[in-house]
Ligand binder design. Structure first.
Ligand SMILES: NC(=O)c1ccc[n+]([C@@H]2O[C@H](COP(=O)([O-])OP(=O)(O)OC[C@H]3O[C@@H](n4cnc5c(N)ncnc54)[C@H](OP(=O)(O)O)[C@@H]3O)[C@@H](O)[C@H]2O)c1
Length: 341
Protein backbone atom coordinates (compact mmCIF):
# COMPACT_ATOMS: atom_id res chain seq x y z
CA UNK A 1 0.00 0.00 0.00
CA UNK A 2 1.05 3.63 -0.38
CA UNK A 3 1.42 4.74 3.24
CA UNK A 4 1.77 8.41 4.16
CA UNK A 5 3.34 9.28 7.52
CA UNK A 6 2.43 12.75 8.74
CA UNK A 7 5.68 13.34 10.60
CA UNK A 8 8.23 10.57 10.40
CA UNK A 9 11.69 12.00 11.00
CA UNK A 10 12.10 12.24 14.77
CA UNK A 11 10.96 9.51 17.17
CA UNK A 12 7.73 7.51 16.83
CA UNK A 13 7.28 8.58 13.22
CA UNK A 14 10.79 7.45 12.33
CA UNK A 15 9.96 3.98 13.67
CA UNK A 16 6.65 4.00 11.77
CA UNK A 17 8.57 4.69 8.56
CA UNK A 18 10.95 1.80 9.33
CA UNK A 19 8.08 -0.58 10.15
CA UNK A 20 6.14 0.39 7.03
CA UNK A 21 9.17 -0.08 4.76
CA UNK A 22 9.94 -3.42 6.42
CA UNK A 23 6.37 -4.54 5.82
CA UNK A 24 6.68 -3.78 2.13
CA UNK A 25 4.77 -0.51 1.81
CA UNK A 26 5.53 2.35 -0.53
CA UNK A 27 6.11 5.15 2.00
CA UNK A 28 6.06 8.97 1.97
CA UNK A 29 6.57 11.43 4.83
CA UNK A 30 5.14 14.93 5.24
CA UNK A 31 7.27 17.30 7.36
CA UNK A 32 8.67 20.83 7.22
CA UNK A 33 12.10 19.36 6.48
CA UNK A 34 13.62 20.85 9.64
CA UNK A 35 14.24 17.64 11.58
CA UNK A 36 16.12 15.64 9.03
CA UNK A 37 15.14 13.38 6.17
CA UNK A 38 13.53 9.97 5.83
CA UNK A 39 15.68 7.06 4.62
CA UNK A 40 16.47 6.56 0.93
CA UNK A 41 13.56 5.15 -1.01
CA UNK A 42 10.96 7.10 1.03
CA UNK A 43 9.30 10.03 -0.73
CA UNK A 44 9.79 13.24 1.30
CA UNK A 45 6.90 15.72 0.98
CA UNK A 46 7.28 19.11 2.59
CA UNK A 47 4.96 21.70 4.10
CA UNK A 48 3.67 23.04 7.40
CA UNK A 49 0.69 21.40 9.10
CA UNK A 50 -0.29 24.76 10.56
CA UNK A 51 -0.38 26.46 7.17
CA UNK A 52 -3.80 25.53 5.73
CA UNK A 53 -3.08 24.98 2.02
CA UNK A 54 0.27 23.29 2.40
CA UNK A 55 -0.69 19.61 2.90
CA UNK A 56 -3.15 19.72 -0.01
CA UNK A 57 -0.49 21.38 -2.19
CA UNK A 58 2.13 18.74 -1.33
CA UNK A 59 -0.38 15.96 -2.02
CA UNK A 60 -1.32 17.39 -5.40
CA UNK A 61 2.39 17.67 -6.27
CA UNK A 62 2.82 13.98 -5.34
CA UNK A 63 -0.33 13.01 -7.28
CA UNK A 64 1.09 14.71 -10.39
CA UNK A 65 4.01 12.27 -10.04
CA UNK A 66 1.61 9.32 -9.61
CA UNK A 67 1.78 8.99 -5.80
CA UNK A 68 -1.52 9.07 -3.87
CA UNK A 69 -1.80 7.77 -0.29
CA UNK A 70 -3.96 4.71 0.42
CA UNK A 71 -3.51 4.92 4.19
CA UNK A 72 -2.12 7.43 6.70
CA UNK A 73 -0.31 7.21 10.05
CA UNK A 74 -0.39 10.61 11.73
CA UNK A 75 2.32 11.06 14.37
CA UNK A 76 2.63 14.85 14.22
CA UNK A 77 -0.82 16.24 15.05
CA UNK A 78 -0.29 18.87 17.76
CA UNK A 79 -2.76 21.64 16.86
CA UNK A 80 -6.38 22.09 15.86
CA UNK A 81 -5.27 23.53 12.52
CA UNK A 82 -3.16 20.43 11.82
CA UNK A 83 -6.14 18.14 12.45
CA UNK A 84 -8.48 20.23 10.34
CA UNK A 85 -6.04 20.48 7.45
CA UNK A 86 -5.55 16.69 7.43
CA UNK A 87 -9.30 16.10 7.67
CA UNK A 88 -9.80 18.24 4.57
CA UNK A 89 -6.95 16.87 2.49
CA UNK A 90 -7.07 13.17 3.40
CA UNK A 91 -10.80 12.42 3.76
CA UNK A 92 -10.68 9.80 1.00
CA UNK A 93 -8.02 7.48 2.39
CA UNK A 94 -8.78 3.81 3.12
CA UNK A 95 -7.59 3.97 6.74
CA UNK A 96 -6.08 6.54 9.10
CA UNK A 97 -4.25 6.04 12.40
CA UNK A 98 -3.85 9.05 14.69
CA UNK A 99 -1.28 9.02 17.49
CA UNK A 100 -3.37 10.58 20.22
CA UNK A 101 -2.73 10.45 23.96
CA UNK A 102 -4.27 9.36 27.26
CA UNK A 103 -4.47 13.14 27.81
CA UNK A 104 -7.43 13.13 25.41
CA UNK A 105 -9.44 11.71 28.33
CA UNK A 106 -10.96 14.43 30.44
CA UNK A 107 -10.22 12.53 33.67
CA UNK A 108 -6.55 11.70 32.91
CA UNK A 109 -4.42 12.49 34.73
CA UNK A 110 -5.02 11.37 37.45
CA UNK A 111 -7.24 8.65 35.97
CA UNK A 112 -7.87 5.78 36.39
CA UNK A 113 -8.88 4.80 32.84
CA UNK A 114 -11.07 1.72 33.24
CA UNK A 115 -11.81 1.20 29.51
CA UNK A 116 -10.95 2.34 25.99
CA UNK A 117 -14.16 4.36 25.87
CA UNK A 118 -13.98 6.94 28.66
CA UNK A 119 -15.19 10.51 28.04
CA UNK A 120 -12.72 12.70 26.17
CA UNK A 121 -12.40 16.49 26.47
CA UNK A 122 -15.46 18.28 25.02
CA UNK A 123 -15.09 21.20 22.60
CA UNK A 124 -15.95 23.76 25.25
CA UNK A 125 -17.34 24.17 28.73
CA UNK A 126 -15.95 24.39 32.23
CA UNK A 127 -12.21 23.89 32.47
CA UNK A 128 -11.61 23.40 28.73
CA UNK A 129 -8.51 25.22 27.47
CA UNK A 130 -8.99 24.84 23.71
CA UNK A 131 -5.28 24.88 22.86
CA UNK A 132 -4.09 22.66 25.69
CA UNK A 133 -2.61 19.29 24.72
CA UNK A 134 -5.53 17.06 25.86
CA UNK A 135 -8.36 19.13 24.33
CA UNK A 136 -6.38 19.42 21.06
CA UNK A 137 -5.94 15.63 20.85
CA UNK A 138 -9.65 15.10 21.63
CA UNK A 139 -10.59 17.64 18.94
CA UNK A 140 -8.30 15.94 16.41
CA UNK A 141 -9.89 12.56 17.21
CA UNK A 142 -13.38 13.98 16.56
CA UNK A 143 -12.53 15.95 13.43
CA UNK A 144 -10.66 13.09 11.76
CA UNK A 145 -13.22 10.44 12.72
CA UNK A 146 -16.00 12.59 11.23
CA UNK A 147 -14.14 13.46 8.03
CA UNK A 148 -12.24 10.35 6.95
CA UNK A 149 -14.30 7.89 4.95
CA UNK A 150 -12.26 4.85 6.00
CA UNK A 151 -11.73 3.55 9.55
CA UNK A 152 -9.87 5.89 11.94
CA UNK A 153 -7.75 4.35 14.71
CA UNK A 154 -7.21 6.59 17.73
CA UNK A 155 -4.05 5.36 19.48
CA UNK A 156 -4.12 6.87 22.97
CA UNK A 157 -0.52 6.45 23.96
CA UNK A 158 0.79 6.87 27.50
CA UNK A 159 4.55 6.88 27.96
CA UNK A 160 6.53 6.15 24.84
CA UNK A 161 10.20 5.20 25.18
CA UNK A 162 13.00 3.76 23.09
CA UNK A 163 15.82 4.79 20.76
CA UNK A 164 15.50 8.28 19.20
CA UNK A 165 13.25 9.48 22.05
CA UNK A 166 13.50 13.26 21.81
CA UNK A 167 11.69 13.97 25.07
CA UNK A 168 14.71 12.44 26.80
CA UNK A 169 13.34 11.08 30.08
CA UNK A 170 14.96 7.63 30.04
CA UNK A 171 18.06 9.25 28.54
CA UNK A 172 18.36 11.66 31.46
CA UNK A 173 18.16 8.83 34.03
CA UNK A 174 20.67 6.75 32.07
CA UNK A 175 23.19 9.58 31.86
CA UNK A 176 22.74 10.61 35.48
CA UNK A 177 23.07 7.04 36.74
CA UNK A 178 26.13 6.47 34.53
CA UNK A 179 27.83 9.45 36.21
CA UNK A 180 27.42 7.51 39.45
CA UNK A 181 27.72 8.62 43.07
CA UNK A 182 24.67 9.35 45.21
CA UNK A 183 21.60 9.86 43.03
CA UNK A 184 18.31 11.30 44.30
CA UNK A 185 15.31 9.08 43.59
CA UNK A 186 11.79 9.57 44.93
CA UNK A 187 10.95 7.94 48.25
CA UNK A 188 7.66 7.48 50.14
CA UNK A 189 6.77 4.35 48.18
CA UNK A 190 7.29 5.96 44.77
CA UNK A 191 9.75 3.26 43.71
CA UNK A 192 6.97 0.67 44.08
CA UNK A 193 4.58 2.72 41.91
CA UNK A 194 3.58 1.03 38.71
CA UNK A 195 4.43 2.72 35.40
CA UNK A 196 3.23 1.70 31.95
CA UNK A 197 5.59 2.26 29.03
CA UNK A 198 5.29 1.32 25.41
CA UNK A 199 8.36 0.93 23.21
CA UNK A 200 8.08 3.24 20.18
CA UNK A 201 9.09 0.36 17.89
CA UNK A 202 6.24 -1.85 19.15
CA UNK A 203 3.80 1.04 18.87
CA UNK A 204 5.01 1.77 15.33
CA UNK A 205 4.59 -1.83 14.17
CA UNK A 206 1.13 -1.95 15.67
CA UNK A 207 0.09 1.35 14.01
CA UNK A 208 1.12 0.03 10.61
CA UNK A 209 -0.82 -3.20 11.22
CA UNK A 210 -3.75 -1.04 12.30
CA UNK A 211 -4.00 0.75 8.96
CA UNK A 212 -3.34 -2.47 7.02
CA UNK A 213 -6.24 -4.17 8.80
CA UNK A 214 -8.48 -1.11 9.09
CA UNK A 215 -8.92 -0.93 12.87
CA UNK A 216 -11.06 1.91 14.19
CA UNK A 217 -11.92 3.70 17.43
CA UNK A 218 -10.05 4.46 20.62
CA UNK A 219 -7.35 2.16 21.97
CA UNK A 220 -5.29 2.74 25.11
CA UNK A 221 -2.01 2.03 23.35
CA UNK A 222 0.23 1.18 26.24
CA UNK A 223 1.40 -1.81 28.25
CA UNK A 224 -0.70 -3.57 30.85
CA UNK A 225 -0.86 -1.85 34.22
CA UNK A 226 1.69 -3.26 36.62
CA UNK A 227 4.12 -4.49 33.93
CA UNK A 228 6.87 -2.60 35.72
CA UNK A 229 7.45 -0.18 38.56
CA UNK A 230 9.39 3.05 38.77
CA UNK A 231 11.97 1.30 40.96
CA UNK A 232 12.48 -1.54 38.48
CA UNK A 233 12.83 0.97 35.64
CA UNK A 234 15.46 3.02 37.49
CA UNK A 235 17.39 -0.03 38.68
CA UNK A 236 17.39 -1.31 35.11
CA UNK A 237 18.77 2.05 33.96
CA UNK A 238 21.49 1.83 36.66
CA UNK A 239 22.44 -1.73 35.61
CA UNK A 240 22.50 -0.87 31.92
CA UNK A 241 24.48 2.36 32.37
CA UNK A 242 27.03 0.75 34.69
CA UNK A 243 28.87 2.98 37.18
CA UNK A 244 28.60 3.03 40.95
CA UNK A 245 25.32 4.89 41.49
CA UNK A 246 23.82 4.70 44.93
CA UNK A 247 20.07 5.40 44.81
CA UNK A 248 19.12 7.73 47.66
CA UNK A 249 15.39 7.78 48.34
CA UNK A 250 14.19 11.23 49.39
CA UNK A 251 10.68 11.43 50.91
CA UNK A 252 8.00 13.07 48.79
CA UNK A 253 7.41 15.86 51.31
CA UNK A 254 11.10 16.88 51.14
CA UNK A 255 11.13 16.81 47.36
CA UNK A 256 8.04 19.00 47.10
CA UNK A 257 9.20 21.40 49.83
CA UNK A 258 12.54 21.86 48.03
CA UNK A 259 10.74 22.79 44.79
CA UNK A 260 11.36 19.55 42.87
CA UNK A 261 8.90 19.48 39.99
CA UNK A 262 7.25 16.10 39.64
CA UNK A 263 7.67 14.51 36.19
CA UNK A 264 10.11 17.16 34.97
CA UNK A 265 12.95 17.24 37.52
CA UNK A 266 12.67 13.55 38.36
CA UNK A 267 11.27 12.07 35.15
CA UNK A 268 8.36 9.62 35.64
CA UNK A 269 7.91 10.55 39.31
CA UNK A 270 4.35 11.54 40.24
CA UNK A 271 3.22 12.39 43.77
CA UNK A 272 1.31 9.52 45.33
CA UNK A 273 -2.18 11.09 45.07
CA UNK A 274 -1.79 11.11 41.24
CA UNK A 275 0.44 8.05 40.87
CA UNK A 276 -1.99 5.77 42.62
CA UNK A 277 -4.37 5.91 39.63
CA UNK A 278 -2.36 7.38 36.73
CA UNK A 279 -1.09 4.04 35.42
CA UNK A 280 -4.25 2.16 36.26
CA UNK A 281 -5.16 2.13 32.58
CA UNK A 282 -7.15 -0.76 31.11
CA UNK A 283 -5.76 -1.93 27.77
CA UNK A 284 -8.18 -4.62 26.52
CA UNK A 285 -8.10 -3.62 22.84
CA UNK A 286 -4.32 -3.19 22.77
CA UNK A 287 -3.95 -6.75 24.07
CA UNK A 288 -6.62 -8.17 21.69
CA UNK A 289 -4.92 -6.53 18.71
CA UNK A 290 -1.48 -7.76 19.74
CA UNK A 291 0.36 -4.58 20.77
CA UNK A 292 3.68 -6.13 21.80
CA UNK A 293 5.09 -5.36 25.27
CA UNK A 294 8.82 -5.91 24.99
CA UNK A 295 10.74 -5.93 28.26
CA UNK A 296 11.75 -2.67 29.89
CA UNK A 297 15.27 -4.07 29.98
CA UNK A 298 15.36 -4.28 26.17
CA UNK A 299 13.94 -0.76 25.74
CA UNK A 300 16.44 0.71 28.21
CA UNK A 301 19.44 -1.21 26.79
CA UNK A 302 18.62 -0.18 23.22
CA UNK A 303 18.12 3.44 24.29
CA UNK A 304 21.54 3.38 25.98
CA UNK A 305 23.15 1.85 22.88
CA UNK A 306 21.59 4.59 20.75
CA UNK A 307 22.76 7.33 23.13
CA UNK A 308 26.29 5.92 23.11
CA UNK A 309 26.35 5.83 19.34
CA UNK A 310 24.79 9.30 18.97
CA UNK A 311 27.08 11.04 21.51
CA UNK A 312 25.92 14.29 23.08
CA UNK A 313 24.41 15.75 19.97
CA UNK A 314 20.73 14.74 20.22
CA UNK A 315 18.29 17.58 20.05
CA UNK A 316 15.44 17.52 22.58
CA UNK A 317 11.95 18.68 21.65
CA UNK A 318 11.63 22.42 22.10
CA UNK A 319 7.95 22.20 23.13
CA UNK A 320 8.63 20.21 26.34
CA UNK A 321 10.69 21.24 29.37
CA UNK A 322 14.09 19.53 29.36
CA UNK A 323 13.94 16.70 31.92
CA UNK A 324 16.32 16.37 34.86
CA UNK A 325 17.18 17.56 38.34
CA UNK A 326 19.31 20.74 38.42
CA UNK A 327 22.67 19.92 40.06
CA UNK A 328 22.38 22.54 42.82
CA UNK A 329 18.97 21.13 43.81
CA UNK A 330 20.40 17.62 43.78
CA UNK A 331 23.30 18.69 46.05
CA UNK A 332 20.89 20.39 48.46
CA UNK A 333 18.64 17.32 48.62
CA UNK A 334 21.58 14.95 49.11
CA UNK A 335 22.98 17.12 51.89
CA UNK A 336 19.68 17.08 53.77
CA UNK A 337 19.21 13.34 53.05
CA UNK A 338 22.65 12.82 54.65
CA UNK A 339 21.64 14.75 57.76
CA UNK A 340 18.44 12.68 58.07
CA UNK A 341 20.34 9.43 58.42
N1 LIG B 1 6.54 10.90 23.92
C1 LIG B 1 5.51 10.44 24.61
O1 LIG B 1 5.68 9.87 25.70
C2 LIG B 1 4.10 10.60 24.04
C3 LIG B 1 3.03 10.15 24.79
C4 LIG B 1 1.74 10.18 24.25
C5 LIG B 1 1.55 10.67 22.97
N2 LIG B 1 2.60 11.14 22.26
C6 LIG B 1 2.37 11.59 20.89
O2 LIG B 1 3.18 10.80 20.05
C7 LIG B 1 3.37 11.48 18.81
C8 LIG B 1 4.76 11.16 18.40
O3 LIG B 1 5.56 12.28 18.10
P1 LIG B 1 7.02 12.18 17.51
O4 LIG B 1 7.64 13.51 17.75
O5 LIG B 1 7.69 11.00 18.03
O6 LIG B 1 6.69 12.00 15.96
P2 LIG B 1 7.67 12.09 14.71
O7 LIG B 1 6.81 11.96 13.51
O8 LIG B 1 8.82 11.15 14.84
O9 LIG B 1 8.27 13.58 14.82
C9 LIG B 1 7.49 14.72 14.64
C10 LIG B 1 7.48 15.04 13.14
O10 LIG B 1 6.60 16.05 12.81
C11 LIG B 1 7.23 16.97 11.93
N3 LIG B 1 6.59 18.26 12.20
C12 LIG B 1 6.65 18.97 13.36
N4 LIG B 1 5.91 20.09 13.24
C13 LIG B 1 5.40 20.09 11.97
C14 LIG B 1 4.57 20.99 11.24
N5 LIG B 1 4.11 22.13 11.78
N6 LIG B 1 4.23 20.67 9.98
C15 LIG B 1 4.70 19.52 9.40
N7 LIG B 1 5.48 18.62 10.04
C16 LIG B 1 5.83 18.91 11.31
C17 LIG B 1 8.70 16.91 12.29
O11 LIG B 1 9.54 17.23 11.19
P3 LIG B 1 9.96 18.76 10.91
O12 LIG B 1 10.48 19.31 12.21
O13 LIG B 1 11.02 18.62 9.87
O14 LIG B 1 8.75 19.45 10.45
C18 LIG B 1 8.86 15.42 12.63
O15 LIG B 1 9.10 14.62 11.49
C19 LIG B 1 2.97 12.91 19.04
O16 LIG B 1 1.73 13.14 18.40
C20 LIG B 1 2.78 13.02 20.56
O17 LIG B 1 1.76 13.93 20.91
C21 LIG B 1 3.88 11.10 22.76
Amino acid sequence: MRLLVLGGTRFVGRHVVDAAVRRGHDVATFTRGLSGHPPDGVLALHGDRDDPPSLAAALSGAAARGWRPDVVVDTSCQTRAAAEQAAGALADVRAYALVSSLNAYRAWPPGPVPSDAEATWPEDGDGVEPDAYGPVKAHAERVLTAAVRGPVLLARAGLIAGPHDDVGRVAWWLRRLARGGRVVVPGSGAMEQQVALVDARDLADWLVRGVEEGWSGGVNATSTAGTTTLGRLLRTCADVAGGDAELVEVPEEHLLAAGVEPWVHLPYWLPRDVAVTAWDVATPRARETGLVQRTVCETVADTWAWLQAAGDGQELRADRPAPGLPQDLERELLASAGSLR
